[in-house]
Design a binder for this molecule. Structure first.
Ligand code: SAM
Ligand code: DTB
Ligand code: SF4
Length: 344
């Protein structure tokens, strides 16, 4: 926990476990202990509370659908221990160059036809070079012209790069904190936590919506999961979009054989994100292919209202779009319309 967090007043003690704590309603900071207290609630109380918060700010039966595309795959110089694309590990992945703009736009057109309202483009870079900005800006303009929202995740950004992306019309930039400051050093050594926070500041200052979350199931403790959530919830303002990824264990990476997290702990993490960041879109991100339908339904009940849609994430699989359509239909969940997405 930071000094600043120690210095701020405590959120009120939770007495009635079905009431939403005041820190969710005010700009009060979340102490890690307050977040742990949420995690420790009886499961049904936690989900009930998350549903209450969810319905104060969102339609309870709508999800936003984003489709992902890896526009530059593999060969990354960073050493993120979970990642198939790091050149530090032998995962059998072939490194590729930045895709042509037209090929990216073809994929975006297909995503739009299938019902996605946001197209997210990811590059396995530590940070983009300035010479990459022109094609990246063309991709943003091309996808926007199709009537979809745009999201990019390209690694660290400098201030002028964030402004250039905003000028091209970028709606969201994804840059995750990944985990708590305390656990972070066990996962990544080539980029500091502070560098991530600096990039997020540049994105925010340029007027781009912030998409920032993390990964659970990397062997971290509940306290460390709570530490990640507290970091996200205490951003001022907190991110507009919060992806919660369940580790996809990749053979060849140092985390290739980590024991999977208890599924209920994953659902709790979604619920705690929902309660602490009431207006954020909470995205059920990587790991859905390893979840059954009932577990995904619990994640929606816990307040997840966005997901990746389409057969592929970046380098790993995602449930088939057909199966997702059927799941949403069985649950009576509607996909957010393009008009609603445009209206924010
Ligand atoms: N290279 C850029 C960066 O890291 O900033 C952007 C792409 S990176 C793949 C985006 C995020 O995907 C990571 O920060 C991490 O949270 C998530 N991610 C990557 N590999 C994952 C895996 N195997 N399981 C779960 N989440 C993963
Ligand atoms: C995020 O938080 N999750 C997405 C997106 N942002 C870019 C990426 C998930 C990647 C899962 C592993 C892979 O497919 O390589
Ligand atoms: Fe590179 Fe991003 Fe993978 Fe880290 S998560 S190794 S920065 S592609």
């Amino acid at each position: 926990m930071t000094e600043a967090q120690h210095a701020t007043p405590a959120a009120p003690a939770i007495t009635d476990t079905t009431q939403v704590p005041d820190a969710a309603r005010t700009s009060q900071r979340w102490r890690v202990a307050d977040v742990i207290a949420l995690y420790e609630l009886p499961f049904n109380d936690l989900l009930y509370r998350a549903q209450q918060v969810h319905r104060e700010h969102f339609d309870g039966n709508t999800v936003q659908l984003s489709t992902l595309l890896s526009i530059k795959t593999g060969g990354c110089e960073e050493d993120c221990k979970y990642c198939s694309q790091s050149s530090h590990y032998d995962t059998g992945l072939k490194a590729e160059k930045l895709m042509d703009v037209e090929a990216v736009l073809d994929a975006a057109r297909l995503a739009k036809e299938n019902g996605a309202t946001r197209f997210c483009m990811g590059a396995a870079w530590r940070s983009p070079k300035d010479r990459h900005l022109e094609p990246i800006k063309e991709m943003i303009r091309g996808v926007k012209a199709m009537g979809m929202e745009t999201c990019m995740t390209l690694g660290m950004l400098e201030s002028h790069q964030a402004h250039a992306l905003r000028e091209a019309g970028l709606d969201y930039y994804n840059h995750n904190l990944d985990t708590s400051p305390e656990f972070y050093g066990q996962i990544i050594s080539t980029r500091s936590y502070q560098e991530r926070l600096d990039t997020l500041d540049h994105v925010r200052d340029a007027g781009i919506n912030v998409c920032c979350g993390g990964i659970v199931g990397m062997g971290e403790s509940r306290r460390e999961r709570a530490g990640l959530i507290a970091q996200l919830a205490n951003m001022d303002p907190y991110p507009e979009s919060v992806p919660i990824n369940n580790l996809v264990a990749i053979e060849g990476t140092p985390l290739g054989h980590v024991d999977p997290i208890d599924p209920f702990e994953f659902v709790r993490t979604i619920a705690v994100a929902r309660i602490t960041m009431p207006r954020a879109v909470v995205r059920l991100s990587a790991g859905r292919q390893q979840m059954d339908d009932a577990l995904q339904a619990l994640c929606f009940l816990a307040g997840a209202n966005s997901m990746f849609y389409g057969d592929q994430l970046l380098t790993t699989g995602n449930p088939q779009a057909d199966a997702d359509r059927k799941l949403l239909e069985r649950l009576g969940i509607r996909a957010q319309s393009a008009q609603a997405a445009a209206a924010g």
